[in-house]
Design a binder for this molecule. Structure first.
Ligand code: FMN
Length: 335
């Protein structure tokens, strides 16, 4: 039934399909009966029990409208966001392009989302019905905030959403918010992570349990960048790493009619880069810094390769769009 609906959605433009899918998933989450993660290999990460290691990557449910629906599909964890402190419309449309010949998507959504307050209210409503599905909250900066003030936005989003998240991800790697990727430089990273540590300290001092935070990086980092970031992460500046976001690279889709669209490329063309990035980080990071592997995972073998490279959890987005819920079932049952 969901698969039939999904096929019909491909006849529509990607953004209309996206909105219909989110509405459908939201309704699916409201159906009677309990919501729980699919039974699989459980893993303990960030001091939390993940019923299985397969998650939904950030960007599909940006404003937490359908957390229960995605949880019901069996994901062990659902990462919502990117959420910014204030609601914002994102970039002008069209801003999402399918490249089915490559099992790929190019997007330049630009963090369209309902803002941290609205998302906090939705997460509070969903929480009592979640029986063990972990919810990650991916945070970013508003477009109007100058990049030199970016950390105020991350701090503000983290504070507003602190009691609603099982873990946070500071998104430093979207190519669609000007200047954002510069936050991956070691100096900026140190400042940002120190500010997020302060939020954790304030909240734990106020009696709240510790909520860990990760940083999310691009697949376009050089080896030197990876080594520098690894060194800082090894010193404990953050609690984990999400690798990777979408790529600016276009060589794998050269000649496609959408290849020159601005934005981030995801799906099959990013599989190799994401895997290599995770492998390099994993060789440099201690076990105390867990890695969530994401980027071009579209099969059990690719998910397994990501885990073998050193990720402890995996996430999917683009292949889920193309293959639907059966991919979740396959992965949860196998990895
Ligand atoms: C349409 C679209 C929107 C996305 N939005 C976000 C976002 O808001 N925040 C984020 O951290 N990643 C975002 N991503 C990146 C995904 O979370 C993921 O890192 C990337 O697509 C690689 O995984 P995949 O090849 O399985 O899609 C988005 C990806 C797509 C395709």
């Amino acid at each position: 039934m969901i698969d039939l609906a999904r096929k019909a959605l491909f006849a529509l433009d990607p953004e209309t399909a996206h909105h219909l899918a989110i509405s459908g998933m939201s309704m699916y989450g409201q159906l009677p009966g309990s919501v729980r993660p699919g039974a699989g290999r459980s893993v303990r990460v960030f001091g939390r029990e993940f019923a299985n290691p397969v998650g939904l990557a950030a960007g599909l449910d940006k404003s937490a409208e359908a957390v229960l629906g995605f949880a019901r599909l069996g994901f062990g964890f659902v990462e919502i966001g990117t959420v910014t402190p204030k609601a914002q419309p994102g970039n002008p449309k069209p801003r999402m392009f399918r490249l089915p010949e490559h099992d790929a998507i190019i997007n330049r959504m630009g963090f369209n989302n309902d803002g941290a307050d609205a998302v906090a209210r939705r997460l509070a409503r969903a929480r009592p019905s979640l029986n063990g599905t972990i919810v990650g909250v991916n945070i970013g900066k508003n477009k109007v905030t100058p990049v030199e003030n970016a950390l105020q936005d991350y701090v503000s989003a983290m504070r507003t959403l602190y009691t609603h998240a099982d873990y946070f991800v500071a998104n430093l790697s979207s190519p669609n918010t000007p200047g954002l990727r510069s936050l991956q430089s070691v100096q900026e990273l140190d400042r940002l992570c120190a500010a997020l540590r302060e939020v954790q300290n304030d909240m734990t001092a106020a009696g709240h349990p510790l909520v860990p935070f990760c940083i999310k990086v691009a697949p376009d980092l050089s080896d030197t960048d990876i080594d520098a970031i690894s060194e800082r992460l090894s010193d404990g500046i953050a609690d984990g790493l999400v690798a990777t976001n979408t790529t600016l690279e276009r060589a794998p889709v050269a000649g496609h009619r959408h290849a020159e669209q601005a934005g981030g490329l995801s799906g099959a063309p990013v599989t190799g880069r994401a895997l290599a990035t995770v492998a390099r980080f994993a060789n440099r990071l201690p076990d105390s810094v867990p890695i969530i592997g994401v980027g071009g995972i579209g099969s059990v073998a690719q998910a397994q390769a990501m885990l073998d490279a050193g990720a402890v959890l995996v996430q999917i987005y683009t292949a889920f769009i193309y293959q639907g819920p059966k991919l979740v079932r396959q992965l949860v049952g196998a990895v």
